[in-house]
Every structure is written in structure tokens, then in C-alpha cells.
Design a protein. Structure first.
Length: 108
């Protein structure tokens, strides 16, 4: 049986190492759907009700901004989860984003 797009996204997100982040667009590009960054965002929102634990907090926008933070139930939860993994966040943006960025097209 073929996986759904959301499941394919979740498979990639599960591989993002602790203390690293990826963007919606980089995941879409890796899945050969470069114009589907918004759908990756929908998959991240849906991941909160998945039967498996998806580290959705590790997916941010292309600038390193915590654009999905409103989907975590508490506005500061995404930041807390990333901070607990050693990332530094200032004004909802990851400091040293380029250094912390994990690109599945290179890493996988």
C-alpha cells in the first residue's frame, strides 16, 4: 500500500536530529513536490493527532521563524521544545539558523 503524503512527510520529520531544524520547503523539495510547502505545514498540523510521535517543532519556515507555533496548544511550547534541544530563539526566530538547518536532500 502506498503511503499518504502526510505519512511521507512524517517519515522525513522523524529523521531530523535533535537540535536541528528543517523547513517546510526543504521537506517538500525532498519529496519531489517543490511547490507543496504549504501541504507540509498541513501535515505538521495534522501530526499532533498522529498515532506516532512526530517532532513537528523541528520544522520551521525558510527563514528560521517559528511560523507554526500557534498549532502547539500553547504559544511558547514550540520555542520551549527547541530550547530544550539546545537551540537559541530570539523574537520567534532561530539564531544561527543556517548552522542548525538540516537538509534532507543532502543528509538522507
Amino acid at each position: 500500500m502506498e503511503k499518504s503524503f502526510f505519512e511521507a512527510v512524517w517519515d522525513v520529520v522523524e529523521k531530523i536530529p535533535t537540535g536541528r531544524v528543517c523547513s517546510y520547503g526543504a521537506i517538500a523539495h525532498y519529496l519531489s513536490t517543490p511547490k507543496a510547502a504549504r501541504m507540509v505545514g498541513w501535515a505538521m498540523n495534522a501530526s499532533h493527532s498522529a498515532k506516532r510521535a512526530i517532532p513537528a517543532h523541528r520544522v520551521v519556515n525558510r527563514l528560521g521563524i517559528l511560523s507554526g507555533k500557534q498549532h502547539f496548544g500553547q504559544l511558547d511550547l514550540m520555542e520551549k521544545l527547541l530550547t530544550n534541544e539546545g537551540l537559541i530563539i530570539e523574537n520567534d526566530k532561530i539564531v544561527n539558523f543556517e548552522e542548525k538547518f538540516w537538509n534532507p536532500s543532502i543528509e538522507l
